[in-house]
Design a binder for this molecule. Structure first.
Ligand code: MN
Length: 436
């Protein structure tokens, strides 16, 4: 597993003054796919620094990179990060180091780097990866218990929950980048007192506050991954909104799990914060004393001491009325990925434990990441206790589920004493009425 290096030094300053205090200081350097808005340029890989994008292919063309860093930058001319993701931690790390050195105050490369900056306000961002397969886990026991209680009051947690990171295979075609829309879906709905189901618009649209980890170095079919090597197959993390139609879900989910309730839209934030950038925010992972230890292949000393990652995640809402009145978004909840019952290394190791091959660009959703307290719940189903207790907003509106015109915004960041705060940016999307 990687450790801290000079790119994490909290004393590093970028010559771009606006980067300090933003989500994207020099200690972060997340990757994304961008192009100048309103033109016909090809999408390519850039790095967020402050309110700018560093154009990596332009930097390469200007001769500002060499060696392994240049080799990594040669993979950045594509519209997606997949090739860079597959290149592995050593090459990715060399590029990060070269970018960090060029962006530092006093760098002799400042003028060459500065010529390759484009304001973020002038670019459009694409989905960072071509996602071949999307797997969504269910790794928060607080979410699983609260939701399980609503669906199955007598039996909230299945017996497998403490033994394996439960997941389902989702759909990649409907994964979109932040900033867009999701249309309210139709589906089969059947209330508890209905004799038969009906086809109608969902009345219970919910968001799910998740992280999405992007697979980097692929695995071969038949290959398993020791838990201590799992993270060498991960490139980084984005925010992920797994939109869910709770009424469709309640009727369709047994016995094979979610299907049409979940696959109409999934939104992802555009910037991928690398595993290396997350290094200062690692945390110990543990379980309640009366829970079983994981099986040996999902257990290790390193996973215990540093398997968790303290990423704060928040869900915000801005209704159509708030927007019309110029009111800012309002926070619905805040939690941290450090509460997760399973670490991302355990999720990946479990995923490959049967020999299933993972591919660069595959996306591993963590499942809704709720904390132990109700105000840490990562979806409205929990916050409103199944729609029974509406959330009342500051402007007097209330919500049981998401209304047409509501924008749901996720934010994520890492902060720790003695470290510089880094952010994941935003994942925002708006629910719109179905076409007639
Ligand atoms: Mn989910």
């Amino acid at each position: 597993m990687a450790g801290l290096n000079e790119t994490h030094d909290p004393n590093l300053q970028c010559w771009l003054a606006a980067s300090a205090g933003s989500d994207f200081p020099i200690q972060n350097l997340p990757f994304g796919s961008f192009r100048r808005r309103g033109g016909s340029e090809a999408f390519r890989v850039g790095v967020a620094i402050g309110d700018q994008v560093l154009d990596v292919p332009a930097l390469l063309a200007a001769g500002a990179l060499d060696g392994e860093a240049a080799a990594a930058a040669r993979l950045c001319g594509n519209a997606t990060l997949n090739a860079l993701m597959a290149a592995g931690p050593a090459r990715q790390s060399a590029l990060r180091l070269a970018l960090s050195r060029g962006l530092r105050e006093g760098s002799p490369q400042q003028s060459r780097f500065s010529a390759c900056l484009i304001p973020q306000s002038l670019v459009e961002l694409a989905l960072p990866a071509q996602v071949g397969d999307f797997t969504d886990f269910y790794a928060s026991i607080h979410h699983a218990t609260r939701v399980g209680r609503l669906f199955r009051p007598d039996n909230p947690l299945m017996p497998n929950y403490q033994w394996l990171p439960v997941a389902y295979h989702g759909r990649s075609s409907s994964i979109r980048v932040s900033g867009g829309l999701a249309q309210r879906p139709r589906g089969q709905l059947k209330g508890p007192n209905d004799a038969v189901p009906r086809l109608a618009l969902s009345e219970r649209i919910d968001y799910e506050l998740e992280l999405g980890f992007h697979v980097g170095v692929p695995t071969q079919s038949g290959e398993t991954v020791p838990v201590d090597e799992a993270e060498s197959h991960l490139f980084g993390v984005s925010l992920l909104n797994d939109w869910s139609a709770r009424d469709i879900q309640a009727w369709e989910y047994q016995p094979l799990g979610p299907f049409l309730a979940k696959n109409f839209a999934t939104h992802v934030s555009p910037w991928v914060v690398t595993m290396e950038a997350l290094e200062p925010y690692r945390a110990a992972w543990d379980r309640p004393a009366d829970h079983p230890a994981p099986l040996a292949h999902l257990e290790s000393a390193a996973n215990r001491s540093r398997g968790a990652i303290d990423i704060t995640i928040e869900a915000w809402i801005q209704t159509e009325r708030m927007r019309a009145q110029g009111l800012p978004a309002e926070r619905l909840s805040r939690s941290t990925f450090a509460h997760s019952y399973w670490t991302v290394a355990q999720m990946l190791t479990h995923h490959a434990s049967n020999g299933c091959n993972l591919v660069a660009g595959d996306l591993l959703g963590t499942g809704t990441q709720s904390g132990p307290r109700l105000d840490e719940a990562g979806c409205l189903l929990e916050l409103t206790e199944g729609g029974r207790t509406p959330v009342v907003l500051a402007d007097g509106e209330s919500r049981r589920f998401v209304d047409d015109g509501d924008t749901i915004i996720f934010r994520g960041y890492c902060e720790r004493e003695g470290c510089v705060r880094i952010g994941l940016g935003e994942c925002a999307a708006t629910i719109v009425a179905a076409a007639a």
